[in-house]
Design a protein around this ligand. Structure first.
Ligand SMILES: CC(C)(COP(=O)(O)OP(=O)(O)OC[C@H]1O[C@@H](n2cnc3c(N)ncnc32)[C@H](O)[C@@H]1OP(=O)(O)O)[C@@H](O)C(=O)NCCC(=O)NCCS
Length: 180
């Protein structure tokens, strides 16, 4: 699987295309887990384009586009919450979700987070589990007159190796060849 997808930050001009991608992704990829009414209610959370643009812009949102076509997007909220991950149904199963998740996790780690959480859809729970996320709680989220279930999952990042602790870097005082 290739993780070689071009990622860039969200721009306000992406809003309408990402709104369409969000609705298509929900409609076509989550049908085994949520019924028609639930999927419609979920997709309608992006109906207000101004509010959707603000939501994406308030977080760190990464977008994958190739030749003007939108393949997917993902958002990191408050440095340690994986808020959104949606892939176009035309590109599902091709590694776009993994590339976005890798980037979001790297960003969270770089900003000092020790763990990252996600409220994973029923559809995505297996995807996140395979990435090392562990289930913490089951939730029922009201959207309009529908209830949608998801699972809060967290992943703990591996502690960084301190330079010198593995014996591969010289310790202070041993930093180079001795002067004779
Ligand atoms: C979940 C989602 C983001 C995965 O994106 P993707 O680009 O298809 O994922 P990838 O191609 O990177 O797949 C990575 C691995 O996860 C597996 N996988 C992907 N989607 C899966 C799913 N729905 N169920 C189980 N496994 C899945 C792939 O088979 C692949 O496994 P492999 O490494 O053994 O080959 C995408 O299916 C999606 O947008 N779903 C609908 C929206 C949604 O529920 N988003 C999550 C909100 S929290």
């Amino acid at each position: 699987m290739s993780n070689d997808f071009p990622l860039r930050p969200f721009l306000p001009s992406d809003t309408m295309a990402l709104r369409d991608l969000f609705a298509q992704s929900i409609d076509e990829l989550t049908g085994d887990d949520y019924d028609d009414d639930q999927r419609l209610a979920w997709a309608a959370t992006a109906e207000d384009a101004v509010a959707f643009a603000k939501r994406l812009g308030d977080m760190t949102t990464l977008v994958v586009t190739i030749d003007g076509e939108y393949l997917g997007f993902a958002s990191l909220k408050a440095n340690d919450h994986f808020d959104m991950l949606f892939v176009s149904p035309h590109y599902a199963g091709e590694g776009v979700g993994s590339a976005l998740a890798d980037a979001i996790e790297r960003l969270a780690e770089a900003r000092g987070a020790e763990t990252i959480s996600v409220d994973a859809s029923e559809t995505a729970a297996t995807f996140f589990e395979a990435r090392g996320y562990e289930p913490q709680s089951r939730n029922s989220i009201p959207i309009d007159d529908q209830w949608l279930s998801n699972t809060t999952m967290t992943k703990r990042f591996k502690p960084k190796t301190v330079a010198g602790s593995d014996g591969t870097m010289p310790r202070p005082g041993q930093s180079g060849p001795r002067q004779s």
